[in-house]
Design a protein around this ligand. Structure first.
Ligand code: NDP
Length: 451
């Protein structure tokens, strides 16, 4: 049987574009359908614009630091509209690059919503295409709990396009997005209140890291309400909203931003027609080769609900392309020791086990940690401190986890992730000569075990 395409990819996010390009470079006839924006969440309403906004916020303290080094800077002012316009221009540039990457690699780009007709056919803009293999990479979509007034809340889809910077913003959630935006808005001068349902945000991160960030946020004047949820949102005049809390209190604000996780974006895909099974959480169920319950249909990226990070989707996209069209080069994705960063101010970055995970897994651990004021602040009145932590298995001397809260944490932990992948022991960390003066050198000079 002949097909219109060897591979039909639904969704041109980071992973979908990677799979399409690689498959095409291996000689496959490939189409990719995208109904929204090229580059998906990461490029349009995620990692990229978030980091740009985070850079903008990071200038908050720079004038006073510069003054401590003798510079006299004029009064600070910040223009939200200019930032958003410049950010939009950059995103459009990246959308164009994604388009060129696809077209130049011979992939057919179909701009429209794709819908399954059956397991071998997909319809886009009224045309039905047949494909030997279909790959679902439709990503996720913000989840907002069902409360009265939820239509007044914004999510990460809207926050990048707000016509005005809110003077006061309530951010709900205690994960990556909530805390990154708490830092962004605080740095840009908004009053920020974070509402989290648990005892302490960043569940799953090392407890010392969570505590350090909490203290830093409090010192910056970010209001934190733990063990709290909003039960209703009411709209008032003058673009004001009132968030009614479950404890009877209320907060008047200019914006209520929900960052309470994401759900797979399966709406209107007619996935039932393809006979693709979902798991208990509603994500697409796949085997180790990203094959769904329908053998010719594959899925990867956020829609399978494993690790919702762009570099993981890129790796999965490559694995699918190789598995299908270049099996001799196939390598499974290694989900061990995936480094990650939360671009709060200060940044958090981590690789490997937390102290709590290491102990729960039965390791007898030695803990090394360091708290210090970065040299860049030493002439200023700013008191922010860096936190670094190593978790070491006493039996093998292997470093099980590295954690950092402080400037450029992601840049530092990326290198340490290689060391951990290579199985570095604490002795190897100790034998490594530091780069002086730097913050990173502290990771190779921690000699005293925490008692
Ligand atoms: P997260 O899963 O990180 O955090 C969701 C937060 O919302 C958690 O604190 C959770 O609480 C809370 N929550 C969930 N449901 C409810 C509810 N019904 N009521 C109140 N609170 C609720 O999701 P995000 O939306 O922040 O981000 C989605 C994913 O995107 C991340 O997990 C990450 O994989 C990725 N991402 C990565 C970034 C990076 O690499 N820097 C940046 C942004 C996103 P609890 O902890 O109690 O479950």
């Amino acid at each position: 049987m002949t097909y219109d395409f060897d591979l039909f990819v639904i969704g041109a996010g980071s992973g979908g574009v990677r799979a399409s390009r690689f498959a095409a470079s291996f000689g496959a006839k490939v189409a990719v359908a995208e109904s929204r924006y090229l580059g998906g969440t990461c490029v349009n309403v995620g990692c990229v614009p978030k980091k740009l906004l985070s850079y903008a916020a990071s200038f908050h303290d720079e004038p006073s630091i510069a003054q401590s080094f003798g510079w006299e800077l004029t009064a600070k002012s910040f223009d939200w509209t200019k930032l958003i316009n410049n950010k939009n221009t950059e995103i459009q540039r990246l959308n164009g690059i994604y388009k060129n990457l696809l077209v130049n690699s011979g992939v057919t780009l179909l701009e429209g919503h794709a819908r399954f007709v059956d397991a071998q056919h997909v319809e886009v803009n009224g045309t039905v295409y047949s494909a030997k293999h279909i790959l679902i990479t439709v990503g996720g979509w913000p989840f907002v709990p069902d409360i009265p007034g939820k239509e007044h809340a914004i999510s990460s889809n809207e926050v990048f396009y707000l016509p005005e910077q809110p003077k006061h913003i309530v951010i709900v959630g205690g994960g990556y997005i909530a805390l990154e935006f708490a830092s962004i808005f605080k740095g840009l001068g908004s009053e920020v209140e974070v509402i989290y349902r648990g005892d302490l945000f960043l569940k799953g991160f090392d407890n010392d890291v969570r505590e350090h960030l909490k203290q830093s946020f409090e010192a910056q004047g970010i209001q934190l309400r733990f063990n709290s949820t909003i039960k209703a949102i009411e709209k008032r005049a003058n673009n004001q909203f009132v968030a009614q809390l479950d404890d009877g209190q209320s907060i008047t604000t200019n914006s209520v931003f929900y960052a309470t996780g994401r759900k797979p974006m399966l709406d209107n895909l007619n996935i039932e027609a393809a006979g693709v099974a979902l798991d208990k959480r509603g994500y697409i169920q796949v085997n180790p080769h990203y094959q769904t319950s329908q053998p010719n249909v594959y899925a990867m990226g956020d829609v399978i609900g494993r690790v919702q990070l762009t570099p993981v989707a890129l790796a999965e996209g490559m694995a699918v392309a190789r598995h299908l069209f270049k099996p001799e080069q196939y390598q499974p994705v290694d989900y061990q020791l995936i480094p990650t960063a939360v671009f709060t101010l200060p940044n958090i970055s981590t690789v490997g086990l937390t102290e709590e995970q290491a102990r729960a897994q039965g390791f007898d651990v030695a803990i090394f940690e360091s708290r210090f004021r970065p040299m860049k602040l030493s002439l200023s009145a700013l008191q922010e401190r860096i936190y670094m932590k190593l978790i070491v298995d006493k039996a093998s001397d292997k470093v099980l986890g590295c954690h950092m809260v402080g400037p450029e944490a992601a840049e530092i932990i990326q290198g340490l992730a290689i060391a951990l992948k290579a199985g570095a022991t604490k002795a190897i960390f100790d034998q490594t000569v530091g780069i002086h003066p730097s913050s990173a050198e502290e990771f190779v000079t921690m000699r005293t075990e925490r008692t």
